[in-house]
Write a protein that binds this ligand. Structure first.
Ligand code: ADP
Length: 749
């Protein structure tokens, strides 16, 4: 008999749950299982009947981009009782379901574990009552469970991210951006309350991304005797520097060192009394839960959904329930109850005011984000430390514009000033360095930059020619530049490598040089993610959602061309985020026999009721089979079955305000770059570093510029090894029903 798997969403809903349900259903069908959705969570499991429904491939079509959960979620008091759970078991067995993918918070996952523990008792009781047959009891002797955490709070131990948290940050940032513009017009302070009863993730990350002045989180209350005084001091320092607005973010579960709640109202009255200012409170509430999931959440849910099915298909009777998480950008499985218990330990630590333990258990990424936020909110122009000269640090953007570049420059300026040094902004990339277009940047020059798209400093793709080296060296010397921080794309990297190679000729180039990756293409050496690529991906997903909506009524196939140079990151990831049938990448090439297969597949699909096709093409996937050609080919071969439209997305992909992820990556990478540069300048005897910084497997890494040629394909301007190529089979798996009867090769994730 085929394995029968039920999927349910339970507890609070979270954007991305639909994408997870889709991946579970399609992944399950591809694995040869029969799939069922249990509507309305545990409550539907107890009701049975029409609440348990068979799902086929098309039942989960068109839901990937939708917020909330189309199969419904509920809280169920009846499920907390043995009788309730017994009815649930009977209803599951009516459909021969003995495996569940539960998508919910820690309450829902605990409930699933209870059900599994009691499973054999329920079988005995149901058998005695004559409600199931001995055969049923024998066939379904145990229950297999895989859990996926859907929670906007990002509050689960054992996974770096939960489904919905990234989207919630998008919603919060939309609000902080809107508030900042009105606050600045009136010289006002705003207090924003965000969700998170035991978890400060949303407050911390949104404070970092919005450039807020202060954040209160449950895990780490201000360690000062009087937080009110400290807060007012920080805000009034900001005013003295010229800031017109201030923003303070409060997690709903924020407490002080004694464990007393710090509410938005407490913060408001503290500021109003301390600074005699007009202070307004905004409580975001359910807005944070709503709306279409971000590209990250869609892809995360998809990866987790397929991994959950795999976990079930490969489980043995002894296997305990597993939680599907993500750690260092890889999908991992851990014991579900281990994770739930650790999570409760964190909550208990907060309640017991053991804040060190709570922070410790949140992990290094959370801690480092918190440290950076603390530095940034305290950052103030300072005198240079005694015995140290004031360093003049050149900072620039280079390459194409990438959203998040401004957040990086802002962080650089403030952190450099905080350390008592002088930031020198070099305009328009290396063009500006050749022509001497540079100026000292002040604290307020970068005010509000965290939220701005594009590059305020200006950027260019110029790579200086050999005859310009001398001029550049003179500019560096004349402006007494001690170190160079380049935030940009491949043109910037090339230029920095050239400077490094010319060190023996030009003494002026013998300074610390640090490259921070910023390019929407995500094609830079030594970095899994470059600043700007998340924003571009979200822009593409937004537009593709709209394009798809334009076609509801007719049989239509879209060929969408996206940027990326020779790097297929945006094409593949946007295909995953939008549920495209096919992505054409230069990495794989495009052959005539591929196209034939794709035409056959499209024709078959439309013949069997498909209404919409979506194909994403990287701009350089093949110079001859271009977007026009593909559209013409499909149009001709589609005959009467469907018609074809094409969309070349163009420059909107480079624009837009940066997403929270891009802002925060920019800020955190830059903070690390400034540390490196300042330290290198004081360790004078060594050869100054010439490196590119990056996030690899979620860790900060440094790659020496001389190693770049080894790991980077200079002809096609992309890393030789690209981590995301491992997700390639996932896109194919979810795009079309498998015709392979040989069993399944699960993609690595
Ligand atoms: P979340 O899953 O978002 O944490 P809840 O804590 O409300 O949300 O849990 C959702 C549902 O899971 C509850 O309504 C209940 O049906 C079930 N549940 C939670 N905890 C348990 C438990 N200890 N035993 C059995 N069922 C539980």
């Amino acid at each position: 008999m085929k394995k029968r798997i039920g999927v349910l969403t339970s507890g609070g809903d979270a954007p991305g749950m639909n994408a997870a349900v889709r991946a579970v259903v399609r992944g399950g069908l591809s694995s040869g299982a029969e799939m069922f959705a249990i509507y309305e969570g545990y409550s539907g499991m107890i009701d049975g009947g029409n609440s348990v429904r068979t799902m086929d491939w098309s039942s989960v079509g068109g839901i990937l981009h939708r917020g909330g959960t189309v199969i419904g979620s509920a809280r169920s008091d009846a499920f907390r009782t043995v009788e309730g759970r017994r009815r649930a078991v009977r209803n599951l067995l009516e459909h021969d379901i003995d495996a569940l993918v539960v998508i919910g918070g820690d309450g829902s996952l605990t409930g699933a574990n209870v059900l599994r523990q009691e499973w054999s008792d329920h079988l005995v009781a149901l058998l005695e009552a004559g409600e199931i047959t001995p055969q049923q009891a024998e066939d379904h002797a145990y229950l297999t469970i895989a859990g996926i955490v859907g929670s906007i709070d990002n509050d689960m131990w054992g996974t770096d991210m939960t489904i919905g948290a990234d989207t919630a940050l998008h919603r919060i940032i939309a609000a902080t951006d809107a508030i900042s513009s009105t606050a600045a017009s009136h010289q006002r302070a705003f207090v924003l309350e965000v969700m998170g009863r035991h978890a400060g993730y949303l407050a911390l990350m949104s404070a970092l991304a919005s450039g807020a002045d202060f954040a209160f989180i449950p895990e780490s209350p201000p360690d000062v005797p009087d937080w009110r005084a400290t807060l007012c001091e920080i805000l009034s320092d900001g005013r003295k520097e010229g800031r017109r607005d201030s923003m303070v973010i409060v997690a709903e579960g924020a407490v002080d060192r004694e464990g007393n709640p710090i509410t938005a109202e407490d913060v408001r009255s503290a500021i109003a009394e301390g600074l005699n200012e007009d202070v307004r409170i905004t409580v975001l509430g359910h807005v944070q839960r709503g709306g279409s999931p971000s590209a990250f959440d869609r892809i995360l849910s998809t990866r987790m959904g397929v991994a959950a099915v795999r976990t079930i298909m490969e489980a043995t009777p002894e296997d305990e329930p597993m939680l599907i998480g993500i750690s260092s950008n890889r999908i991992v499985r851990r014991g579900l109850m281990e994770c739930v218990n650790h999570n409760q330990e964190i909550n208990a630590a907060i309640n017991a005011r053991d804040f060190n333990k709570a922070m410790e258990m949140r992990g290094p990424g959370f801690q480092s984000a918190f440290r950076t936020l603390r530095t940034l909110v305290r950052a103030m122009p300072h005198e240079a430390p005694p015995n140290q000269r004031r360093l003049r640090i050149g900072i620039m953007n280079a390459g194409g514009p990438a959203p998040g570049m401004n957040a990086a420059i802002r962080a650089a300026v403030r952190l450099i000033l905080d350390k008592g040094h002088v930031p020198i902004g070099i305009e328009r990339g290396f063009r500006g360095l050749v022509y001497g277009e540079m100026r000292e940047l002040k604290w307020m020059d970068v005010d509000g930059w965290a939220a701005l798209g594009g590059s305020e400093l200006g950027t260019s793709r110029k790579v200086p020619r050999e005859n310009e080296y001398y001029t550049m060296a003179r500019q560096l010397e004349d402006n007494k530049i001690d170190a160079l921080l380049m935030v940009g794309g491949w043109a910037g990297y090339q230029s920095c490598i050239n400077l490094y190679n010319e060190r023996s000729v030009f003494k002026a180039f013998d300074i610390p040089i640090v490259c921070v990756p910023a390019s929407i293409n995500n094609n830079l050496p030594g970095a899994d993610f470059s600043i700007g690529s998340d924003t571009a991906l979200n822009s593409i997903a937004d537009v593709v959602d709209k394009i798809k909506q334009s076609a509801v009524a007719s049989n239509r196939c879209f060929v969408v061309e996206v940027m990326g140079g020779y790097c297929g990151y945006l094409a593949l990831m946007s295909a995953l985020a939008s549920g495209a049938e096919r992505a054409y990448l230069h990495e794989e090439g495009v052959t005539l026999s591929d196209l034939e297969k794709d035409i056959h597949f499209l024709n078959e699909g439309f013949r069997h009721g498909k209404r919409l096709g979506l194909i994403i093409r990287n701009e350089k996937s093949n110079p001859l089979y271009d977007t026009n050609f593909l559209a013409a080919l499909f149009e001709q071969e589609g005959g009467d079955l469907f018609n074809v439209r094409m969309a070349v997305l163009g420059h909107l992909q480079q624009g837009g305000d940066p997403t929270p992820y891009d802002r925060n990556t920019a800020t955190l990478l830059t903070a690390s770059a400034i540390e490196i540069v300042v330290e290198a300048c004081s360790a004078s005897e060594e050869e100054p570093p010439a490196i590119c910084l990056g996030l690899v497997d979620d860790r900060f890494t440094q790659t020496h510029l001389y190693q770049v040629s080894r790991i980077f394909d200079q002809e096609f301007e992309r890393p030789k090894k690209q981590w995301w190529m491992r997700l390639r089979p996932l896109a194919s798996m979810l795009a079309q029903p498998s015709q392979d009867s040989e069993g399944i090769n699960y993609p690595e994730m």
